[in-house]
Design a protein around this ligand. Structure first.
Ligand SMILES: NC(=O)c1ccc[n+]([C@@H]2O[C@H](COP(=O)([O-])OP(=O)(O)OC[C@H]3O[C@@H](n4cnc5c(N)ncnc54)[C@H](OP(=O)(O)O)[C@@H]3O)[C@@H](O)[C@H]2O)c1
Ligand SMILES: [Zn+2]
Length: 335
């Protein structure tokens, strides 16, 4: 079978189409005939050689977390899914025995890791991580949901938001950013988002953004957010964390999941304790979160924003679009 593998960790030019043996499912596993796999900044970090998880010894490396397709074969002992079922993968890999696996939420598992392998014609997965796709939903729509939307959904829960709250979303045009805006819209929250591109902000407005700030200058953005916000959903890190803290109201919450703009941030200690603010870390969501999101989409609550789709052979171009900050919402590779 063909796979779009990372053959060199140099960015989008390092993606090559390779031939690999067809996977053979072991106990508890299933082979999914991949119809769609969304890409995430996480894959791009790996491709750029900026992830501790993958180095030159691991090449060729097949990334891709957000797999949707049809079950082609199941291994011994699999009961939950059958050949021919249309499914989307929850990419969480958990140990099942630690305190967080037992008490929840499972995304806090002490041995948490992520599935990789969706950028291929077939994916070998853990069968009980497969969520059924409703009949009326296409695979590309389903593939948009697992990483970006469950992460945003869980971050909003961690931010203790309530209808009417004002939520600041620096970088509102990417996967997690647009997901946050759409969920805010559905939950009756007011969203204030940023981008360096006015044209991209216009497209996010169509997806429910209440207020867009076109700027990449944190001081300018601070000025433009003229009223304090109840919550900040921060996937950028770097100087955007200080910005986020400074625009929070007394008792406000900032939830952080990423480091696109920098892995180190400073925070104002006195402002934090005197203003009773909270800064919270969060990673991914739970499989039930994904199940709920699939249902929300099936019920017509929202439809994930998909910027563009690329055939497997053009996976490098898909990553170039992400790297060049050209896209709004999700980028999906179709098998
Ligand atoms: N912890 C977790 O579980 C988890 C899960 C998902 C994602 N993440 C992290 O969250 C972040 C977003 O992921 P994603 O897949 O949504 O990425 P993405 O789609 O590539 O995000 C694009 C967004 O980031 C902004 N951006 C890109 N580079 C920037 C820079 N140098 N400075 C400021 N803004 C920049 C873009 O702004 P413009 O509109 O101005 O171009 C756009 O709004 C990543 O750091 C990722 O690793 C973490
Ligand atoms: Zn665990």
């Amino acid at each position: 079978m063909r796979a779009a593998a990372f053959t060199d960790l140099v960015g989008p030019d390092g993606v090559g189409i390779v031939d690999q043996p067809a996977p053979d499912p072991g106990p508890g596993e299933a082979v999914v005939d991949v119809d769609a796999c969304a890409i995430n900044r996480h894959d791009l970090w790996i491709l750029q050689g900026d992830s501790a998880m993958v180095d030159a010894d691991d090449l060729p490396f097949v990334s891709g977390l957000d797999v949707a397709g049809t079950v082609e074969e199941t291994g011994p002992g699999v009961t939950g899914v059958d050949t021919g079922d249309r499914v989307v993968l929850c990419p969480n890999e958990t140990c099942g025995t630690c305190r967080f696996c037992r008490e929840g939420p499972e995304n806090m598992c002490e041995n948490f890791s992520l599935y990789h392998g969706g950028l291929a014609e077939r994916a070998l997965v853990t069968a009980d991580r497969l969520v059924p796709i409703p009949e009326q939903m296409d695979a590309t729509t389903a593939a948009a949901l697992p990483t970006a939307y469950t992460t945003a959904y869980r971050m909003l829960q961690r931010a203790d938001v309530a209808a009417g709250d004002r939520v600041f979303v620096p970088g509102a045009t990417g996967g997690v950013g647009v997901a946050t805006v759409q969920l805010c819209d559905g939950l009756g929250l007011e969203s204030v988002g940023t981008s360096r591109s006015a044209a991209k902000l216009d497209r996010v407005r169509e997806a429910g953004l209440d207020r867009g700030i076109e700027s990449a200058d944190v001081d300018e953005i601070r000025e433009a957010v003229d009223e304090p916000v109840d919550a900040v959903i921060n996937h950028l890190g770097g100087e955007y964390s200080e910005l986020g803290q400074s625009v929070l109201r007394r008792g406000g919450r900032m939830v952080v999941c990423g480091r696109t703009a920098g892995g180190v941030s400073e925070f104002d200690v006195a402002d934090l304790f005197l203003q009773h603010k909270r800064i919270v870390g969060s990673t991914m969501g739970t499989q039930p979160d994904l199940e709920r999101l699939v249902q929300f989409v099936a019920d017509g609550a929202f439809s994930p924003v998909i910027d563009d789709t690329y055939p497997l052979a053009e996976t490098g171009a898909a990553f170039a679009a992400m790297e060049n900050r050209e896209s709004v919402g999700k980028i999906v590779v179709e098998g």
